[in-house]
Ligand binder design. Structure first.
Ligand code: SF4
Length: 339
């Protein structure tokens, strides 16, 4: 998504969804109490437009459920309101999220008729055991079939994956990322698992049948996943659940919930690059790591954790992070008092 594109979300929490994924409590995750009506769609656009900077390209997005599993007459009522707004020029496009097994030719043809541009699919994992243990009710073959159909029908495709689900492992998540890359989506969202209250996952965790996927687990795994998507030129448009008041107030009981998870992951990635560059450094050296000014805080890490980590790992007598505007955002330059 370009910087000028802005999402106007309209939530349809769990509406029409015939399943109960173990991690799902859409009311807590989206912050919405009830599904939207056509009037809510109009109101959401009006209030969002008043706040958006001029020149932005607003996109109306139906999120939080399985849009194409909603009864058809309700889908059409929402899409009619959306299409009227699209035709009036107030928004630039319509997008929605749904389940892989709620997509077929008839569904996609209906979406085309209402001007939908982007379809987001909750793939979550490409490991069938993980999908089954998570109560998803679909298989990885459904994800592959729906993804190909969506792309062949001319829509933009966004795939969502999760890490740390029941039965999951870092290796399985890496394999999921490889399979998602092979489907060539236009973008990816990565949601490390959060244990939300009033979900089956919360009960499994409370009874010791599920081990929490911690913020640290998510950071170290996503620091491996992100470069895979970058190398494949597939943008990761979101990493981690959007913070909501309910989640922050205790709805997120445990798991990988952090308001700046994406920043933590990027900070871990730049730390890994520094580790490679520091290999072979003489213990006891004083080192200055030069980075582009925009990368200073990522290099230092939250509460300077990267500085502490690198200093201890390489037994340095001193380590400073310094700014060099001449460097690109990808470069690290090292200056040391010993060679
Ligand atoms: S498919 Fe989506 S809405 Fe339905 S239970 Fe799973 S996460 Fe929730």
């Amino acid at each position: 998504m370009s910087a000028r594109e802005s999402i106007i979300p309209v939530f349809v929490p769990h509406w029409g969804c015939p399943y109960h994924c173990v991690f799902c409590n859409q009311r807590q995750i989206s912050g919405a109490k009830k599904p939207a009506s056509p009037d809510d769609v109009r109101r959401a656009v009006q209030s969002a437009l008043a706040l958006l900077p001029s020149g932005s390209k607003p996109q109306l997005a139906f999120y939080g459920g399985s849009f194409t599993a909603i009864p058809v007459q309700d889908q059409e009522a929402l899409l009619t309101a959306a299409k009227e707004i699209l035709d009036s020029g107030l928004i630039s496009s319509i997008r929605l999220s749904t389940r892989p097994d709620a997509v077929d030719d008839a569904v996609l043809s209906r979406l085309h008729g209402f001007g939908v541009e982007t379809v987001e699919l909750g793939a979550q994992s490409m490991c069938d055991e993980v999908l089954a243990l998570s109560g998803r009710g679909h298989t990885s073959a459904d994800v592959e079939y729906a993804s190909r159909l969506i792309k062949a029908s001319g829509f933009r495709l966004i795939l969502q994956m999760m890490t740390g689900l029941p039965g999951d492992s870092p290796e399985r998540s890496i394999r999921t990322a490889e399979k998602i890359i092979a489907l060539r989506p236009d973008g990816v969202r990565i949601y490390p698992t959060v244990i939300v209250r009033d979900t089956m996952l919360y009960d499994l965790w409370q009874t010791g049948q599920y081990t929490e996927h911690t913020v640290e687990d998510a950071v170290s795994l996503c620091a491996r996943l992100l470069p895979m998507f970058e190398k494949a030129s597939i943008p990761v448009i979101r990493l981690g659940l959007n913070p909501t008041e309910e989640l922050s107030a205790g709805g997120a009981a445990a798991g990988a919930y952090h308001p700046a998870l994406g920043e933590l992951v990027k900070s871990r990635m730049i730390r890994s690059e520094a580790e490679e560059r520091l290999a072979g450094i003489v213990p006891g050296s004083r080192v200055c790591l030069f980075v582009h000014p925009k990368k200073l805080s990522q290099m230092a890490g939250q509460h300077k954790c990267n500085i502490t980590y690198l200093q201890e790992k390489f037994a340095l007598s001193g380590l400073a992070v310094c700014s060099d505007p001449a460097l690109s955002e990808q470069e690290i330059r090292i200056k040391t008092d010993r060679q």
